[in-house]
Design a protein around this ligand. Structure first.
Ligand code: ADP
Ligand code: ZN
Length: 736
């Protein structure tokens, strides 16, 4: 694809447009005129510019408008970095902003999220453990030490440390004075170790053809998109690492996106083994110092292989030769706060703009990608068999209507027997329940009252581990009440339904002597602790693993031969049109954990509706049939991927006011009707109240190929929002 923007240079004093990282007003232009500094500047330079009394970060975006007298313009304060934001990245940001209807400055902020881009090295001081840790420590000091340990010996900035430990700067300084911590200049930004990108000739069977196809795509050095589909364990990672190796041999940069930080542990180990060094890592668990280094190295070519979370897509690559989106169906690729974007879709956009291949890998592709492959827009590569002796597990339903279960027990006799057999053989069992905490409902047996969050429309979930009720929406907590807050009767409050903590209790009681491990995101203070737990399990350090959806993904547990799904019906409730797709994907992913090595696995699904079409599709494993049926339903309903959708979320403190504004918008739908789009709502949003703000949603449905964004912009601009109301536009919402 042709690039529409090229890089120009500007002589000192010439007028240039600078995109700043702050919006002036909601629809502010973002690009302001400045004079080029002494020494000149060029498009894509990272610069510091004066704005009122402050200095802020910006990027030279092109020639200035020239509408002001150049003599009166302020000059760019300094060039921080010459041309890291190349034409390709600038057009990507522009197109992504247009697509998601995000103001450009907000988009630029995503791309400049490396901290300290503006500060000189001298002002960047970092901290590390230096001396012995005294036994007697104040709570705050102890938290600082813990935070540093979580970072595993890396240098951490003051801002990070105070944030992680929830303390003031003086606590940190106090520890420096005592010699427990050392304060020093941040290390110089150095390139990442080179990777040994030899071809290793390991691919076998249909991996060979798939590997060849991807290597050829890299060699063409042009945009293409490939859906790499294969059951868990079929070698998708192995195959795309071949493409990464080719990309590195061509001296271009490769980016692999993974949906969860927890996943990277396994991946890094494999890269280390395959390439002799680790790739550069980009996600929220990486220190600021390290992120800054990575940003610079990506911009200068000192980092050739980056593995990261979705925001890595906005890094200033100089010569991107391959983008891989692993587990492309994963919903965490959609950012649901701030800039609302789907990293999988944006990866395809960036690939198209740079002109490099994109690989979407999954065992259970999203319906979107499946449909694109079906329509011939994406190339499709299939890996049909699991590698080596491993086969897909046998899958069976356990009909819960026929199982004898006593109160407050959640493991059926059939499932319990299967677990017992595995424990006896020294094999591992995984019990999957996608519910964090102890119990989802705290109920008064006298009056039926359920304890909810004061600020959200959500039940509070009991967490025994924390000894509190927690709102999973906003994080608010309160003590577990002994007296009913509604009827004031004492001693009647009861925990209802299972969470993983409660399941652990049952397992411990019913399988005495078995070693139990619980994997739930909220039980681990840090990614590092979670990683350690996963490694322990992989090495055989547990007999029964209890987990939420963090275990559904690519971890390798070679001894695991049984997966028991506690409630396979959980995702099928509700009216979301994506529920079937989600449940299908999640169940297939979870089941795929069983039997990856020499041992054949079994997956048992506890369900009350064994004849439900989705449950039958999961058990039957005829994926093509499932996708075709799903596709037909979506097509009939005119929803994605066969139609376009957008959501408008209005939120504010006063529910009546939020609804009024929503109704007003719905009435003025002329700009939408003009493109044949329909408005639904206002209705309470899927999450109707968060942090005391009421949320109302309007859904817009349009045909494919309409210019939805332009119509939305015109439509929304008609109403002037009251100051306390917020409006967010969500293109391609996750639920509809
Ligand atoms: P997927 O990404 O599809 O889940 P992986 O690439 O992780 O599959 O492969 C599953 C397991 O099989 C891994 O442990 C991997 O190292 C191994 N494996 C796959 N293909 C090969 C191969 N050709 N040679 C050796 N080991 C392989
Ligand atoms: Zn809440």
């Amino acid at each position: 694809m042709a690039q529409t923007v090229t890089d120009r240079t500007y002589a000192p004093g010439q007028t240039v447009g600078v995109l700043i990282t702050e919006a002036l007003g909601r629809a502010g232009p973002g690009v302001l005129d400045y004079r080029a500094p002494e020494g000149g500047c060029g498009d894509g330079d990272l610069v510091e510019v004066p704005l009122g009394p402050r200095k802020i970060l910006g990027v030279v975006w092109g020639p200035g408008e020239g509408t002001y007298d150049p003599a009166k313009l302020r000059a760019i304060a300094r060039v921080l970095d010459a041309r890291p934001m190349r034409a390709e990245l600038r057009s990507f940001l522009t197109r992504a902003a247009d697509y998601t209807l995000t103001p450009l400055p907000a988009m630029l902020r995503l791309a400049t999220r490396a901290p300290g881009l503006m500060s000189g090295a001298a002002t960047r001081r970092v901290y590390r453990l230096a001396g012995p840790v005294p036994n007697q420590l104040t709570d705050a000091r102890f938290r600082v030490i813990e935070a540093l340990r979580d970072y595993g010996g890396a240098s951490v900035t003051l801002a990070e440390l105070t944030e992680a430990a929830g303390c003031t700067a003086s606590v940190v300084k106090g520890l420096v004075a005592k010699g427990v911590l050392a304060e020093e200049d941040a290390p110089k930004d150095t390139p990442y170790p080179p990777l040994n990108a030899h071809a290793d000739g390991r691919l076998a069977g249909d991996q060979i053809a798939a590997g060849d196809a991807l290597v050829a795509a890299v060699d063409r050095n042009d945009y293409s998109c490939t859906l790499l589909k294969g059951v868990t364990g079929s070698g998708k990672t192995e195959v795309y690492l071949e493409a990464v190796a080719e990309c590195l041999r061509q001296r271009r940069q490769a980016l692999v996106l993974l949906p969860e930080i927890a996943l990277t542990a396994d991946f890094l180990t494999r890269v280390q083994a395959r390439f002799g060094a680790r790739p550069a890592e980009w996600h929220s668990g990486v220190t600021m110092t390290e992120r800054r280094r990575l940003w610079r190295m990506v911009a200068t070519g000192g980092a050739s292989f980056v593995v990261g979370a979705r925001s890595a897509l906005f890094l200033p690559f100089q010569d991107l030769g391959l983008i891989v989106v692993d587990e492309e169906h994963d919903t965490s690729y959609k950012q649901e706060e701030g800039v609302l974007y789907n990293a999988r879709d944006m990866a395809v956009l960036r690939g198209a703009i740079v002109g490099c291949p994109v690989v979407l890998a999954s065992a259970t592709p999203s319906l979107e990608s499946w449909a694109n492959a079906d329509a011939g827009k994406y190339l499709r590569l299939n890996l049909s068999a699991r590698f080596g002796a491993a086969e897909m597990p046998q899958m069976h339903a356990i009909d819960m209507r026929a199982e004898a279960l006593t109160n407050d027990r959640f493991i059926s006799p059939s499932l319990a027997a299967a677990v017992t057999a595995r424990v006896a053989k020294g094999e591992q069992s995984l019990l999957f329940l996608n519910r964090r905490g102890y119990a989802p409902i705290t109920l008064c047996r006298a009056c039926g009252h359920q304890v909810g969050c004061d600020d959200c429309d959500a039940r509070m979930v009991e967490h025994r581990f924390l000894k509190r009720l927690v709102c999973h929406q906003c994080g608010a907590t309160k003590p577990v009440p002994t007296t009913c807050p509604a009827c004031k009767v004492e001693g009647k409050m009861a925990a209802v339904g299972p969470g993983v903590e409660r399941l652990a209790e049952e397992v411990t009681a019913r399988f005495p002597g078995a070693r139990v491990a619980v994997l739930s995101s909220d039980l681990f203070g840090s990614a590092r602790a979670l990683k350690a737990q996963i490694e322990t399990i992989a090495a055989g350090g547990a007999d029964i693993i209890i987990g939420t959806q963090i275990v559904a993904k690519g971890h390798n547990f070679p001894l695991l031969t049984l997966v028991g799904v506690i409630d396979a019906d959980l995702g099928l409730q509700g009216s979301d049109l994506r529920a079937a797709e989600r449940t299908f994907q999640l169940m297939r992913q979870v089941a795929g954990r069983a039997g990856r090595a020499e041992l054949r696995g079994t997956a048992l699904l506890q369900t009350h509706q064994p004849d439900h079409p989705v449950i039958r599709a999961i058990l039957g494993g005829d994926e093509e049939a499932f996708w075709k049926a799903e596709a037909a339903e979506r097509q009939a309903a005119g929803v994605p991927p066969y139609g376009r959708m957008a959501g408008i979320i209005l939120s504010g403190p006063d529910v009546a006011q939020v609804f009024d504004v929503g109704a007003d918008l719905a009435r003025r739908d002329a700009p939408l009707r003009r493109i044949g789009a329909q408005v639904f709502g206002p209705a309470p949003a899927p999450i109707a109240r968060v942090r005391g703000r009421h949320r109302v949603r309007l859904l817009i449905k349009a045909d494919k190929g309409t210019s939805l964004q332009a119509a939305l912009t015109e439509w929304v601009a008609q109403v002037k929002l009251p100051a306390n109301l917020r409006l967010a536009i969500d293109i391609d919402p996750q639920s509809f």
